[in-house]
Write a protein that binds this ligand. Structure first.
Ligand SMILES: N[C@@H](CCC(=O)N[C@@H](CS)C(=O)NCC(=O)O)C(=O)O
Length: 226
């Protein structure tokens, strides 16, 4: 999207980590939107967020009355941006497939965090559930990629919302979740099949995301490191 006086501009509020805002960062960059990132002081800024949590997207003057359009919830923000910038198929069923994948990934992430502070048998049980979910999602990613000709895209031949969301999912585990549990990185790396690696490569080499990789660094060396 080329900026002019009618083009909306955005502020994405989140912590300076690879976490729940990574896909939105990628969408905004790939769309060539006018946007900036804000890292609010925490917890001082907590009461100023609609639901007290981040990420929050602010679309300047985007509301019907001309005030800012302010949106919480990482999934809602992603979908809003993906639809706005046409990274979603117009076909409702095809779009639903991409949403399904994203929401399943969120469940896997939640399953990881739900076992993190448990101990003993309870932890073992929940951790086992997470391991099964992680295996399953990596298998599904791999199958979809194979079905699509192993071109590095999950659906079709171009960069999609789902591609960015899957890339961000693995990146979050290997670069951020690892700060909560050092042992998780090798586990997740072990699930990255050649097909998933190809997706990571395709996403990073897409010209639309050149700026994102230049700003945030390549994820590839972290995936390939022992
Ligand atoms: N369901 C929400 C979860 C948001 C969330 O958990 N945000 C965390 C950061 S990843 C947060 O704001 N933590 C600070 C706090 O709760 O005070 C989403 O997907 O956006």
């Amino acid at each position: 999207m080329t900026a002019d006086s009618t083009t909306p501009s955005y502020v994405l509020r989140y912590f300076d980590i690879v976490g729940l805002a990574e896909t939105s960062r990628m969408l905004l960059t790939a769309a060539k939107a006018e946007w900036t990132e804000e890292h609010p002081e925490w917890p001082q800024e907590k009461p100023n967020q609609p639901f007290g949590r981040l990420p929050v997207l602010v679309e300047k003057n985007g509301a019907e009355d001309g005030s800012d359009f302010i949106l919480s919830e990482s999934g809602s923000i992603e979908r809003y941006l993906a639809r706005t910038f046409k990274f979603f198929p117009t076909d409702l069923k095809q779009a639903a497939r991409q949403e399904e994948l994203r929401d399943q990934q969120a469940d896997v992430t939640d399953a990881f965090f739900s076992q993190l502070h448990l101990v003993g048998e309870a932890k073992k049980e929940r951790r086992g559930e997470f391991d099964i979910m992680l295996d399953k999602i990596a298998e599904i990613h791999t199958t979809l990629l194979r079905k699509n000709g192993d071109c590095g895209h999950l659906f079709g031949e171009e960069l999609s919302y789902a591609d960015m969301s899957v890339y961000a999912f693995y990146k979050m585990f290997i670069l951020y979740v690892v700060t909560h549990d050092a042992d998780i990185a090798p586990v997740v790396k072990g699930k990255i099949t050649p097909e998933i690696l190809n997706l990571i490569r395709a996403v990073e080499s897409d010209p639309l995301l050149e700026e994102h990789v230049a700003k945030k660094g390549s994820f590839m060396p972290h995936v390939l490191s022992e």
